[in-house]
Unconditional design. Sequence first.
Length: 144
Amino acid sequence: MFFRRETPKVPTFSERLDALRKAGFAVGGAQGGVTRVSRDGCAIDLRDESGAASAVGLAGIEMGMEIGALVDGGYQKFFRTPSGRQKPATADELKALHAFEEDLHEALGEQTYYNEALGTVSTFYLYDRVKDRDRGVPKRVWES
């Protein structure tokens, strides 16, 4: 019959990694079930969860053996690693990270959301004007 629907094919994790290789990404060996995918100084760690590629951490730039996540300091963007190392972000790094994330989503067959498609989305927002805002009303200068 011509109304017959085909069952959608769900790719396996290894097929997803092959698609990443074809898209120009470097796929590293798995250590502890985690596979590092990198390109142009940007990287992300992926894990196999029932055939789907789920991110272990956040996409960012490679800083030694760690991945630096994007932090918005209010006046400038930074890359910060889980161990606390920090460096200012340059425009070229932000463009490379945005292109990396876009191509990664496309190669994995995932959706790209509107706010992510507009530009690079920061992982953390650390504005100095809102420091300690979640700890209640801060002590004001005129209060002794």
